[in-house]
Write a protein that binds this ligand. Structure first.
Ligand SMILES: [Zn+2]
Length: 365
């Protein structure tokens, strides 16, 4: 993920790239913006650019090559969920006494440290900040500066207080990036010590253009659909698995059709039988439930007279028919029943039976 491949929010990306190139990168940056706008990708692009062994240029400024040993090592942090899961698992394997003292930190390169919120509270804890303070005192291993990234800057209060000291007087080579959805969620004492930069949700038309570049073979209706489903997030738009979504949406529609009008359940049983046990079935069921939520949400929007907000615009006529055949309460109840199926899945209830029961339950109006 270099600056060249970062899409949307060009002005902020350029500002960051320029300050890195001129050696005037602020020591503390609060980078805010909605989920999916690319805050973390941009932080990684910056970390790569500062450490790249074979710097390239993009728009006349230094950019990471994305291929050298340093770039690839740092890029491993892009899959943050996987890295956090590994760190948490490693901690679980420790003896009780050691586990308490083990901080969830992702050190992907000697000079790049990612400090994620610590589960289960999902807040950055004081131990993590203390580890950072210890780490920041050592000069960079490769002499180019050290980058600390907080992917979700939510702190326990003691952690926030400890961090203030570093934000106040960071060593010359240290740069801290705090990523947050809303700058106003930060304590004023933290906010005032940071340079603020902001990313915006990428507009639908821009997303459609980006998707068209990635998938020129897609018909325009599919590009529009995916742009809407991506909710302003470039990453989600370009990696969206449209085939899987359309397959699960087809099943979700069959379920809704059966629940609202179809007296004959054979097609439904045939479909739910394909939802089997095991990890694959689990994923398939989750995709189905997610599609159901999205369809029900669109039906609510149609009932509320706001069709332009609907996401599944390629099937609006069918959704309108469905929306007209049920009440608002019915949709509301459907959403709650889906939540029941989800919690049943966590208790490992038989999936196909849960889905049949869901449909049967929805037939009572
Ligand atoms: Zn490189």
């Amino acid at each position: 993920m270099n600056f060249r491949s970062f899409l949307g929010n060009e002005a902020t990306a350029r500002q960051l790239q320029e300050s890195a190139a001129s050696g005037r990168l602020p020591h503390a940056i609060l980078l805010s913006g909605p989920r999916g706008a690319g805050k973390y990708s941009l932080a990684i692009a910056l970390a790569q650019t500062l450490n790249c062994l074979d710097p390239q240029t993009f728009s006349g400024l230094p950019d990471a090559c994305d291929l050298c040993h340093n770039c690839t090592r740092i890029a491993a942090a892009l899959d943050l969920d996987a890295r956090v899961a590994e760190a948490v698992e490693a901690r679980e394997d420790l003896r009780d006494a050691d586990r308490k003292d083990t901080r969830i930190l992702i050190q992907i390169h000697p000079d790049v440290l990612v400090v994620p919120p610590d589960p289960p509270q999902m807040l950055v804890k004081v131990g993590q900040v203390r580890s950072l303070i210890h780490n920041v005192q050592r000069a960079p291993a490769e002499g180019k500066g050290k980058i600390y990234i907080f992917p979700t800057a939510k702190f326990m209060s003691e952690a926030a207080n400890s961090l203030l000291k570093v934000l106040e007087e960071p060593p010359e080579y240290a740069h801290l990036l705090l990523l947050a959805e809303n700058p106003s969620d930060q304590l004023p004492t933290i906010r005032s010590r940071c340079s603020q930069m902001r990313l915006h949700a990428v507009p639908m038309e821009t997303l459609e253009k980006i998707i068209a570049q990635r998938h020129p073979e897609w018909p325009s209706a599919r590009r529009t659909l995916v742009a809407r489903l991506a909710e302003g997030a470039v990453g989600r738009a370009v990696s969206f698995d449209a085939d899987t979504y359309l397959a699960s949406r087809k099943d979700a529609l069959l379920l809704l059709r059966t629940a609202t009008a179809e007296p004959d359940h054979s097609a439904l049983f045939h479909m739910t039988e394909t939802y089997r046990a095991g990890a694959e079935g689990q994923q398939k069921t989750q995709d189905l439930l997610r599609s159901l939520y999205l369809l029900l949400e669109d039906m609510m929007l149609l009932q509320a007279g706001e069709p332009e907000m609907a996401r599944n615009i390629d099937i609006l006529p069918e959704l309108r028919r469905l929306a007209e055949s049920v009440s608002f309460d019915w949709i509301d109840r459907a959403v709650r029943r889906i939540a029941d199926v989800e919690s049943g899945m966590r208790r490992n209830l038989l999936r196909s039976l849960s889905l049949d029961a869901l449909t049967a339950g929805l037939q009572q109006r």
